[in-house]
Each structure stands twice: as C-alpha cells, then as structure tokens.
Design a binder for this molecule. Structure first.
Ligand code: HEC
Length: 107
C-alpha cells in the first residue's frame, strides 16, 4: 500500500513540473482555447492556421494582443467573443505567453 501512495505522489510531481515548463499546447488546452480554435477549420473562432498566417513573423504583436495591448487583426468583428479570454492570457507570465504563441504559430 505504501508503494502505491509513493507512486501516486511521484506521478503528481512529474505532472506539476511538466506544467511549469510552459508547454504551449498544454496551456492552449488547459485554458479552454481549443474549444473555439481548431487547427485547420474555422469554428467559433478562426482556425490556428488562419491565426498563424496573419501573425507570421509577428510573434511580438500576438503577445501584445494577448496582453490586451494591441487590436485584433484576424477577425475584428468577432472580437467581442475573444475579449473575455484575454483575462486569462493577461495573467500569464512572459514565458507562458511565448510558449502559447509559439504553439499557435506552428500551424
Ligand atoms: C469562446 C470562444 C473563444 C475562446 C475560448 C478563445 N477564443 Fe480566441 N478568438 C475567438 C474569436 C471569435 C476570435 C476572432 C476575433 C478576433 O480576431 O479577435 C478569436 C481570435 C483569436 C486570436 C486572433 C486575434 C486577432 O488578432 O484577431 C488569437 C491569437 C486567439 N483568439 C487566441 C486565443 C487563446 C490563446 C485562447 C485561450 C486562452 C482563445 N483564443 C480562446 C474565440 C475564442
């Protein structure tokens, strides 16, 4: 029984340290972004491919947008749906934002 508990604790430690390494894909999923953004098809929000095309070579601009410091460029008419999401990204660290943007730009 003791062994089982030790394994469970160890497993938890690995999960936590993994999250701290700022994994862009994990952040994207755990913050619910995937609910509106699919890789290749437009759903509620633009596809990651469409976002990546608009922000190609403009990583810094996307970070500014996610901090609420820059205007939307992909689909400004629907920004009202995206706006509340910035409350999550605004509170992320620079490292987390970079990982998140890197993940989105890979599409
Ligand atoms: C409730 C649906 C929804 C969720 C959840 C959501 N988005 Fe969006 N997102 C949208 C819509 C709609 C747009 C198009 C409006 C716009 O361009 O701002 C958008 C646009 C964007 C854009 C392009 C901004 C631009 O310049 O136009 C980025 C980047 C983005 N979302 C990132 C994210 C991230 C990161 C998350 C998770 C923290 C997230 N979204 C969660 C709906 C959503």
């Amino acid at each position: 029984m003791k062994k089982v508990i030790a394994t469970a604790v160890l497993g938890f430690a690995v999960t936590v340290s993994g999250a701290m390494a700022a994994d862009g894909e994990a952040l994207f999923k755990s913050n619910g972004c995937a609910a509106c953004h699919q890789a290749n098809v437009k759903t509620v929000g633009p596809s990651l491919k469409e976002i990546a095309q608009a922000y190609k070579g403009k990583e810094g601009d996307m970070i500014k947008f996610l901090k609420g410091e820059a205007k939307p460029i992909v689909d400004p008419a629907k920004f009202g749906i995206m706006k509340p999401q910035l409350n999550k990204t605004k509170n992320m660290s620079e490292e987390e934002l970079k990982a998140l943007v890197e993940f989105m730009l890979k599409h």
